[in-house]
Ligand binder design. Structure first.
Ligand SMILES: *Cc1c(COP(=O)(O)O)cnc(C)c1O
Length: 296
């Protein structure tokens, strides 16, 4: 099993919070592992167990050139002595960027494919082709989201979040796997708000609903996804977001990055300024990791 470090919960101080009589806690899950940090640790946990249980020595997964999932999978596999193949979207660009050179250093076999080929990654035919080319492997989908990832995140919610005193938990959403796990693992009296980091993220509502249903065989109505805080789209940013991230670092010593956590925290503060939360509410923000993207 991967090493895991317990993570701290910090309390934010801010004039706005005093004015609106709110309490904000941040669960610094980004600190759970130096390389496989944040939600990726929990998404990989049961996938790694499953691969090992069935005697696979190789993992194969998919991602873009800046993918946190590629980075985390490469590091996790190295720690456990597994081989990895990364099917990377787009042409190989040299020198490799930080994500890919790190993955290669961990021993990941990087295999670059055209965007057209990458789009076929869900088809059985394509997976058969990959098996012919690479032999046996355990497949983890793009972004690491599958039922076992939801199971890991549900366990995180149950074991690490349910004892914290809060009313509402906020987290960033990419594929929705993490959100689906949190919904499945928390008591239904907790409110859960996901912040889409993708433009046109409305489709995520259906995705998350299905992920939750498949895993827990239940439907929940204590959650929703905010879709107005994408700041231009996936991995896009604005000056306003940059400024906000700097300010959070200076005022609260809270390090954020612009792809995920920065957008979520900026979204929470915007909702606060719009009087969204009732006075006295205790808000928990989930720091899902990704800090190596700082400054990129
Ligand atoms: C991957 C990632 C997410 C998104 O997780 P999903 O399960 O795909 O929604 C959020 N935050 C960080 C830091 C990530 O790396």
């Amino acid at each position: 099993m991967l090493k895991y470090a317990e993570t701290q919960i910090i309390k934010l101080k801010n004039e706005l919070l005093k004015e609106f009589k709110l309490k904000i806690l941040v669960k610094r899950e980004d600190e759970n592992h130096p390389l496989v940090s944040g939600n990726k640790w929990w998404k990989l946990k049961y996938n790694l167990e499953e691969a090992q249980k069935h005697g696979h020595h190789t993992l194969l997964t998919f991602g873009g050139a800046f993918s946190n999932h590629i980075y985390a999978t490469a590091a996790a596999a190295k720690e456990l002595g597994l081989k990895t193949i990364g099917i990377i979207r787009g042409e190989k660009v040299l020198p490799l960027n930080d994500t890919l050179s790190f993955a290669a250093k961990c021993g990941m076999n990087l295999h670059f494919v055209s965007r057209e080929e990458y789009r076929t990654k869900h088809s059985g035919e394509y997976i058969d082709c990959l098996h012919k080319q690479f032999g046996d492997f355990y497949l983890i989908p793009e972004g690491g989201t599958n039922e076992l990832a939801v199971k890991g995140c549900a366990e995180f919610a149950r074991k690490k979040l349910s004892k914290i005193d809060f009313d509402c938990v906020c987290l960033p959403v990419g594929t929705g796997g993490t959100l689906a796990g949190i919904i499945s693992g928390l008591p239904t009296e907790k409110k859960i708000i996901g912040f889409s980091v993708l433009k046109n993220g409305e489709f995520l509502n259906e995705e998350v609903k299905n992920l939750v249903k498949n895993f827990s065989e239940k439907e929940f109505s204590n959650w929703h996804i905010e879709t107005d805080y994408h700041f231009g789209g996936y991995a896009k940013k604005t000056n306003e977001l940059d400024q906000f991230i700097l300010q959070m670092k200076e005022q609260n010593d809270l390090p954020l990055e612009f792809v995920y956590s920065g957008k979520m925290v900026a979204g929470v503060f915007d909702l606060i300024s719009k009087n969204y939360f009732s006075s006295g509410a205790k808000i928990l923000m989930l720091h899902t990791g990704g800090l190596r993207n700082l400054g990129q």
